[in-house]
Design a protein around this ligand. Structure first.
Ligand SMILES: Nc1ncnc2c1ncn2[C@@H]1O[C@H](COP(=O)(O)OP(=O)(O)OP(=O)(O)O)[C@@H](O)[C@H]1O
Ligand SMILES: [Mg+2]
Length: 322
């Protein structure tokens, strides 16, 4: 399952994404966690030394290599310059699985307590006026578009705050979107905004309340988000201690909060995957990017890279080029 954690700035996206990933990994699931936020905090939340994490290679700087790898022998993508972040896989493309080993994972990902982790890389001064956030997350979008994840595997993406996520098709790349929401008007406002955009794309959003102190907080969320609310995490001593540098074993998270993570995971698993929709939307966003700027930049019709019948899914696992 591909899962996004979204919400207002400071609502707890990174915290919930890291707790979710750690819980799933502790139960034996194969888990990948990707920090796709401008503010990169997921490494620290997973318990990595932030300075050590900052030294490693990041996805945003390896876009060229990732394109080169993923295009494989696809004859419709004769060079990585002709590959946009939206270019969908086709015959000959290299597809990814969550648990495999490949040169991209070996170079860019590291292992944190059994979780395969990578970051897009933060926004540095050199980026100002040169690169935008979307070029940083392009590598993530490409990887998601080439990823065949199966039941019991989780790709957890910590997303950028607020509505920034809608500037590309990235928000449609998930089987399930968890919107982390504090019991405040601004936080439910972000939910409404997200739900409004998402409705047009059949994106499944579940709200997880966070920093809940009492029944009044829960009532507030129920009133404002209704049935989308699937559970809530209390203000947590465990999270506070982690914030002070002491990340305890995930089993020590308060039991009701663990139960929320489990319910979220089970809900996502039960909802299942819709590969046809995933592929259809990938094609749609590629067509749009091609028309909006890609064709002009490359001088060719990039929509011709779309192979309509090439639907991503488990049936392709046996057809991988070596
Ligand atoms: N359930 C909780 N209990 C206590 N503190 C929490 C909880 N959830 C989040 N926090 C704290 O709230 C702050 C913001 O959380 P976090 O960084 O996860 O939010 P975010 O949505 O990822 O923020 P940003 O938009 O900056 O990326 C952090 O200090 C975190 O430790
Ligand atoms: Mg964050």
């Amino acid at each position: 399952m591909k899962l996004a954690f979204v919400g207002k700035g400071g609502s707890g996206k990174t915290t919930m994404a890291s707790l979710f990933a750690r819980r799933a990994a502790s139960l034996g699931h194969t888990v990948m966690a990707i920090d796709a936020d401008i503010n990169q905090h997921l490494a620290a939340a997973l318990g990595l030394d932030p300075e050590a994490a900052a030294m490693g290679p990041v996805l945003g700087e390896r876009l060229g290599g990732i394109k080169e790898y993923l295009r494989g022998t696809n004859p419709l993508i004769p060079s990585s310059e002709l590959m946009l972040k939206t270019t969908p896989p086709g015959p000959g493309s290299r597809l990814l699985t969550v648990g495999e080993s490949n040169p991209i994972y070996d170079e860019i990902f590291c292992d944190v307590e059994g979780i395969r982790f990578a970051a897009t890389g933060g926004f540095v001064d050199d980026d100002l006026g040169v690169a935008c956030y979307h070029s940083k997350v392009g590598a993530v979008e490409l990887m998601l578009n080439h990823m065949i994840d199966v039941a019991g595997e989780f790709v957890v993406v910590d997303m950028v705050a607020g509505a920034e996520a809608f500037a590309s098709g990235m928000f449609t790349r998930f089987d399930h979107t968890f919107l982390v929401c504090e019991p405040t008007l601004r936080s439910v406002g972000v939910y409404r905004q997200y739900a409004g955009y998402a409705a047009d794309y059949d994106v499944d959003i579940a709200v997880i309340g966070n920093k809940i102190d009492d029944e009044e907080d829960v009532d507030f969320l129920r009133e404002h988000v209704g049935e989308a609310l699937i559970g809530w995490c209390s203000r947590s001593r465990y999270v506070k201690a982690a914030e002070r540098g002491s990340v305890g074993p995930i089993s020590e998270l308060e039991a009701p909060n663990l139960a929320v993570l489990d319910a979220a995971r089970e809900r996502a698993a039960a909802a299942g995957k819709d590969w046809a929709k995933f592929t259809r939307q990938a094609h749609e966003f590629h067509r749009r990017a091609a028309e909006a700027w890609g064709n002009d930049r490359t001088g060719i019709d990039l929509a011709a890279q779309i192979v309509p019948d090439f639907v991503l899914g488990e049936h392709l696992l046996d057809t991988q080029p070596v």
